[in-house]
Design a protein around this ligand. Structure first.
Ligand SMILES: O=C(CO)[C@H](O)[C@H](O)COP(=O)(O)O
Length: 230
């Protein structure tokens, strides 16, 4: 993976057809997505359950771009090697998931993955300066994690603007997760984000039989964000 700040669209397969992951992934990549975002939920850190390492290992051969794995689990450390071994390129852990986020980020890099730090909407940036040397990506949640299809939380715009200033020239992606549409994506691109996770915003209205809709949705979010990016 090389670093740049171009807008990247990362569809969340939480909104895909669970019976057809291979075809869904091939469809979104053929329609121009940049990364594939995989939401791992444990029924403890968030009130929903999704994918374990065997599922990730099964879909990995279908992904030609980047497998971007968002761990909404607590504890995290005991599972890092399993998710890295399943083929994650990026492993993102939550600041709120435990008392030792610095150790967690170290362990993610030691496992050979890029390290991501996720922040819930109610979490401030106080700890971030102490972690900047440890991260390749910071994910700002613009919904409370656990479910797709929720409403974008506007208070996160100023958080992203502050984060952008804090990061400066460091090669760290700012990823936005939740409620991304052609209306909300430009607000975040203008504030400094470069990776936009979109579940319902990409998959709504389409299917593997009608994948052109995925392409229309991806292009609409990308065009709106690029027009707003500083
Ligand atoms: O992490 C997530 C939920 O915890 C999802 O990635 C996120 O909500 C994206 O879904 P949508 O674009 O439908 O809001």
């Amino acid at each position: 993976m090389t670093f740049d700040r171009k807008i990247k669209i990362a569809p969340s397969i939480l909104s895909a057809d669970f019976a057809n992951f291979g075809e869904e992934i091939r469809a979104i990549e053929a329609e121009g997505c940049d990364w594939v975002h995989v939401d791992v939920m444990d029924g403890h850190f968030v009130p929903n359950l999704t994918f374990g390492p065997p599922l990730l290992a099964a879909i990995r051969p279908h992904i030609r771009t980047v497998m971007d794995v968002h761990l909404m689990i607590s504890p995290v450390d005991a599972y890092i090697d399993a998710y890295a071994g399943a083929g994650a390129d990026i492993l993102t852990a939550h600041l709120e998931a435990g008392p030792h986020i610095h150790r967690t980020l170290q362990a993610i890099r030691a496992a050979g993955c890029k390290a991501g730090l996720a922040l819930n909407p109610g979490t401030g940036l106080d700890a971030v300066p102490h972690l900047l040397d440890m991260v390749d990506l910071i994910c700002v949640m613009t919904v409370n994690p656990g479910f797709g299809g929720q409403k974008f939380i506007h208070s996160q715009i100023e958080k992203v603007r502050s984060l952008r200033a804090m990061i400066g020239d460091r090669p760290i992606h700012i990823e936005i997760d939740g409620g991304m549409t052609p209306e909300t994506a430009p607000l975040m691109a203008e504030a400094g984000a470069d990776v936009l996770v979109a579940g319902s915003g990409v998959f709504k209205g389409g299917s593997v039989q009608n994948p052109g809709v995925y392409g229309e949705n991806i292009r609409a979010i990308r065009a709106a964000a690029e027009a707003a990016q500083g």
